[in-house]
Design a protein around this ligand. Structure first.
Ligand code: NAP
Length: 314
């Protein structure tokens, strides 16, 4: 009999079934079983599970879990829903996701660097006017968060000639990157940034991190790219600053509530580019391979992948 691995998902039915197919294809030595189809004894015997937006009431029925494999890179919802989990949480760390994110960071940095929002506005008004373009090395791109996604993005920006600044919780030395850490470091970094790219996890420390005070440290020609989580930036105040031309442009891929409400004033501002959470979509095939390897290593070699530090929140 194959070992049962529960799949606890509260995604819509179509994506749940698609995930199930990808996971099962990669894990032929196990039976991946949807939570609703588990028997009482299968629930009791489960020591690992694969999860995608699981309902807490489902997870709590798996009383003997040692760890769960999340299919998402960000686990703030899981930590919020299940704050005192007795099991460890392993988030999705996928190099393909990091490459995809770095491509998106580069693409939207170039969009801003090449003045595309301005040329779009000019086109709308039939204005034929050329603007001086700075060299990439004359542009300071500040990446907030130097983890899996931040580091890959930093490297891609450097390869393309940009002057890169980075900010993280702990002190770091990265070849060719001006690094900052801590509150004072953030203040300095923000003052020097032409483009701020947010790639931080959402935690108790990063919620509303870019508040009025921090946004006021930015120069009026500064633009913001948020590819992390909406709640990290005070969007109401950001909008106010964009309306007053105290900031240049914002590319927003993430929002506190998604999809973004159709009445949100963010939609209508020409200095804001709205994206529907597409900067780094999870690749089902590669994510399933990674989940499969983590689970096989656990049962075959007894090794547990790196897990989320619940106190730090990431
Ligand atoms: P990660 O590897 O855990 O890296 C997190 C980075 O943030 C680390 O450098 C960490 O500093 C820094 N950090 C955390 N808390 C901090 C604080 N209070 N002050 C300063 N720095 C802090 O995470 P990741 O894999 O790069 O992913 C980052 C986030 O991207 C995810 O949590 C998720 O929300 C988001 N994401 C978005 C999409 C999308 O499609 N839009 C896709 C995937 C992920 P240390 O290095 O010092 O620990």
């Amino acid at each position: 009999m194959k070992k049962i691995i529960p799949f606890v998902s509260d995604c819509d039915e179509e994506s749940t079934l698609l995930w199930l197919r990808y996971l099962q294809d990669e894990m032929s030595e196990y039976d991946i079983v949807l939570f609703k189809n588990l028997s009482k004894s299968q629930k009791e015997n489960a020591d690992t599970a694969i999860v995608a937006n699981p309902k807490p009431s489902d997870i709590f029925q798996l009383k003997n879990l040692k760890w769960v494999q999340s299919l998402w890179a960000g686990v703030e919802k899981l930590l919020l829903d299940i704050p005192y989990a007795s099991f460890k949480i392993v988030r999705m760390i996928d190099p393909i996701l990091a490459h995809t994110m770095a491509d998106s960071v580069l693409a939207w940095t170039l969009y801003l660097h090449k003045n595309m929002p301005l040329y779009k506005k000019q086109q709308n008004q039939k204005i034929w006017k050329q603007h001086q373009e700075l060299l990439p090395e004359e542009k300071n791109i500040l990446v907030l968060g130097l983890g899996k996604l931040g580091l890959e993005s930093v490297n891609k920006l450097r390869e393309n000639g940009f002057c890169v600044l980075g900010w993280s919780r702990s002190k770091k030395e990265i070849n060719g990157v001006i690094t900052y850490h801590g509150e004072e470091g953030l203040h300095q970094a923000l003052k020097n940034a032409d483009i701020v790219v947010c790639l931080l996890p959402l935690t108790n420390q990063t919620i509303n991190l870019l508040d009025k005070e921090k946004l006021n440290l930015l120069q009026p020609n500064t633009s913001i790219i948020n590819f992390a989580r909406g709640a990290i930036i005070d969007y109401d105040y950001l909008l106010e600053k964009l309306e007053k031309s105290e900031l240049s442009h914002a590319v927003l891929d993430v929002f506190e509530k998604e999809p973004l409400d159709e009445n949100s004033p963010l939609w209508n501002n020409e200095n804001i580019t709205i994206l529907p959470h597409i900067s780094a979509p999870t690749n089902m095939k590669s994510a399933s391979k990674i989940a499969s390897k983590n689970i096989s290593d656990y049962y075959d070699k007894g090794t547990l992948p790196d897990f989320v530090d619940i106190k730090k929140g990431y």
